[in-house]
Design a protein around this ligand. Sequence first.
Ligand code: GLN
Length: 499
Amino acid sequence: MAFDLTQASVAAIAAHIRSRELSAVEAAQHFLARIDAHRGLNAFVAIDPQATLAQARAADAAIAAGNAGPLAGVPIAHKDIFVTRDFPTTAGSKMLEGYRSPFDATTVARLAQAGAVTLGKLNCDEFAMGSSNENSAYGAVQNPWDATRIPGGSSGGSAAAVAARLAPAVTGTDTGGSIRQPAAFCGVTGIKPTYGRASRYGMVAFASSLDQAGPMARSAEDCALLLSSICGPDLDRDSTSLDRPPEDFGRGLNDSLDGLRIGIPKEFFGDGLAADVRAALDAALQQYEKLGARLVEISLPRTELAIPVYYIIAPAEASSNLSRFDGVKFGHRAAQYGDLLDMYKKTRAEGFGDEVKRRIMVGTYVLSHGYYDAYYLKAQQIRRMIADDFQQAFKTCDVIAGPVAPTVAWKLGDKSDDPVANYLADIYTLPGSLAGLPGMSVPCGFSEGDMQNPEKGIGKPMPVGLQLLGNYFGEAKLLNAAHRFQQATDFHLRTPEGF
Ligand code: GLN
């Protein structure tokens, strides 16, 4: 049978290119054609076939010269929050329209060094603020499983691109769930490493104490391949980068799960969890038991507090980080203004979207004199307690499993006028983010209908994701648990109709 490039894994594509059965240029052309054919998804915000093909030719030359990296010629795409020299970078904002970075983000540079070829830049919520990708200045992204639904966010373009087979693998970033949640909503696999393992250098900053880069792909095996290139110290460029040597995350993928203790936080399975999601999770947990794992009940008592805590800390940091967009240093500047202050005001009023403005206001408020102690400081204290709760839990379990989100992907427009409804849907991803833990989303089933509202029906089958959380530096264990599950199931291999 001919090699099916559209459905092939990263590992298989790399192997075919390395053996020169397939050239990097052919692989790039194949996916560029798919991207073009599915422009309606709006997953990509920038493509530049000439730049892509130049990178592909360089990969072919490296292979011919015998010095190819592990990902030589593999076409990937980057969330448009990573700065790139060969492509514009907007962070989903009008503020950065037309901006081009003079350097590559460390994650981009490391994947390029491994030989990967960039297909383009992926749509995302403005400055990664959102859960639906509807906050992008460049328009919403369609979920490939159902074009009337959101792909999740903020890495919505990333997840949609993998689900639609427009790229075998992509990058995303996760501040409060933005890799895990869109991965779950689009039926792909994604991992966010321990805070500090991936460099933040060249990632347009949202909330610096939370932001983390990671890969999204079809399988845990492919994620492991990319993550091995992404992680590693970058001490000169990111002061929060950890001095922890790079790791081959592919090594323990096949380890047995016999005796693995999976912690089930009771707070993750309460009333807020939709019945259709719960049914898929229950089946997945049974599958884990068949694989030899043991389920143990745990408690993460401050789960609910993660929402107010995150929505104080993240906006606080965002308000500070976004002060750099002042019409002088980067991107947009108002065309007409009076004095300097007026220039700042008009530039920021024009350049930022509603959600970003909302967060700047909240963030400025909670940091202001008189409110700092009541909100910001209190949030920091509770953040520490949330992290401590996880350490307590990890005394009795090796990994934690639960839902990624309370429901499957909702309809475009359903929550776009209700920021709080969006924030509440982050409940299961925020605790791990606040604690800085590694987390992943693994396709674990499909919802065949909204079981809580049977009269509404769900229309098309929508993917459900299982969240796995590990202790610090537990990425390999998460990938191992996900890989073994994927060896026993085929949810991650299913393709949405029409792709
Ligand atoms: N949905 C969360 C937010 O809006 C998380 C976003 C992210 O992880 N970048 O902040």
